[in-house]
Write a protein that binds this ligand. Sequence first.
Ligand code: BGC
Length: 376
Amino acid sequence: MKKVQLLSLILITTGFILTSCYQSAKNKEMIKKENFGIHQGKEVFLFTLTNKEGNVLKLTNYGAKITWIEIPDKAGKKENITFGFDTFDGTVNDDPYFGSVVGRYANRIAKGKFTLDSKEYSLALNNGPNALHGGPKGWHSVVWNSEIVEKTEYPTIKFSYLSPDMEEGYPGNMQIEVVYTWTDNNEIVIDYKCTTDKKTILNITNHAYFNLHGAGNGDILDHELVIKASSFIPVDSTLIPTGEIRPVSGSPFDFTTQHTIGERILESYDQLIYGKGYDHNFVLDNKEDVDITVYEPVSGRLMEVITDQPGVQFYCGNFLDGKIIGHGGKPYIFRSGLCLETQHYPDSPNHANFPDTELKPGETFNSKTIYRFSVK
Ligand code: BGC
């Protein structure tokens, strides 16, 4: 090698090392890791991620949860817009999945039964006659491993968990990784990756509740919603899909153009009665960049959701009743939070006409959902 080539190689390598060191030092500055408590004999941490705009995302490895999203309104006033608790005890108590990663099967499975290769599996029934959100001890209620990912452009945390064979009744050892990135563009990027050593089923989501007025500040009925979904999944009175995929056109489920959440919620449409409001999976068209937008005109806050998943469970807090007291001592009242849980359709293992939710050994499930915040 000529002297000059050697010199450039040394310069490039040094530059690369310096940039990486700078990047990882920068990442550390943008992430604060605190001891939050001990649960199930494992350490629980609270991670505070601050982006270049000075906006804050807080995460914990208990349930791989999002516990705080602090973003400005159009006047620049910053406020937390997601449900959670200030205390460790509040965070590890059973709340309705605030900010949690939910699995192994998010949403409902009829009578807790499904069949794989002619073998029937039975899950605990924790929602009337059905199984909900991975069971009573699903992924929302376990302590995950955590890691600050260095050498990335934005603050990034990786949570991982090995879900053992037959945990909550699901076959196969499943290795899960959930990576949260908090970008300077106020995006929470969630990357999911799962593998298994036996054929199993999988439906993973994040169950954050949002109120763009600020969490605990009234209801979400004035939020203006667009869901790019031409159909939705009707359910029976126990919220299990009937198997139909129904066009939204002409119904209160048509959010292909903007409507406030409250506008048609009291109509006497069977599905609104079964769900006590909206608590349904929408079949995303997946044709445009942004799949869902939520706009709250008073604060001017806008949330956009982008996903590669085939559906989204739109739940508007119909089961909240003010008994849960969250951040800042504020009660979470009826319809004070909305969830947009990107996922497969409920009860898919029991409906051959729904997209497949099986995962086999040798396959890797990869998926990405982005929640992006801005003002307008
Ligand atoms: C379900 C609701 C349920 C909520 C909290 C949502 O995903 O669709 O019916 O009440 O989670 O458990």
